[in-house]
Design a protein around this ligand. Structure first.
Ligand code: DC
Length: 220
């Protein structure tokens, strides 16, 4: 029996700038669930690698560093938080060098193994909305509540620019979808939602109505 048999997980996967962070955070608030941003964990360990002067393409050194890093995953205001060496790197996670390095670090199977275990530990005693790339396909494949949200490349580029993001959506899409370890895929039992012409509120309303159809307990 997997632990999510006792606690519920709503998985929200999708590519960069699909709107999944805004949707997942607000959905969690509405449901009273904890919000977990798995991308922030991949970004935090990438930041740690760079802080130590390690090349993100140097797999053995990256693995050695992450295996020995004191990584603490806890909660702050009902949202996931990651501390490495007791430092919270939240303000640095969107730096250009992290944007550039995260695809290299996140394609390493051993790194994914370590982080997937930490992500799963969040469900031991709470209900979650977790967003990422492989939440419905790998981290919690048994959850019945999984969504894949997407938007056209043009809309995603516009959204990223409005957020002040400087990373290349196209190259990260390519890297996330083509890596061999847990690539970005649409889980076969995920509900697909195209958010190109929807507001955040409309996407959330759509997800909540589908969760009702799936009989998620506790929804009004
Ligand atoms: O969601 P984001 O853009 O902050 O994610 C940053 C990177 O982390 C993304 O390019 C791929 C990686 N990632 C991943 O491999 N698996 C996840 N579950 C979440 C993110």
């Amino acid at each position: 029996m997997q632990s999510q048999d006792r606690h519920r997980v709503v998985a929200i996967d999708g590519p960069a700038a699909s709107g999944k962070s805004s949707v997942a955070r607000e959905l969690a608030r509405r449901l009273g669930f904890v919000y977990v941003n798995s991308g922030a964990m991949y970004r935090a360990v990438t930041w740690h690698v760079l802080q130590h002067g390690v090349d993100p393409a140097d797999n053995p050194r990256v693995i050695q560093l992450i295996e020995s890093a004191p990584i603490t995953c806890d909660l702050q205001n009902n949202e996931s938080r990651i501390l490495i060496d007791d430092v919270d790197p939240a303000d640095r996670l969107r730096d250009d060098r992290v944007n550039d390095g995260v695809a290299l670090v996140s394609r390493i199977p051993r790194v994914r193994e370590i982080l997937v275990e930490k992500l799963r530990s969040y469900v031991r005693d709470r209900d979650l909305v977790m967003e990422g790339r492989d939440i419905g396909s790998v981290v919690f494949p048994d959850t019945p509540y999984k969504f894949y949200i997407d938007a056209s490349p043009e809309v995603r580029r516009r959204r990223r620019a409005l957020q002040g993001g400087r990373d290349s959506i196209a190259s990260r899409d390519r890297a996330d979808s083509s890596r061999s370890a847990s690539p970005l895929v649409i889980a076969k039992d995920a509900d697909f939602i195209d958010t190109s012409n929807l507001t955040i509120a409309e996407v959330i309303a759509e997800i909540i109505s589908r969760l009702k159809l799936k009989n998620l307990r506790g929804l009004a």
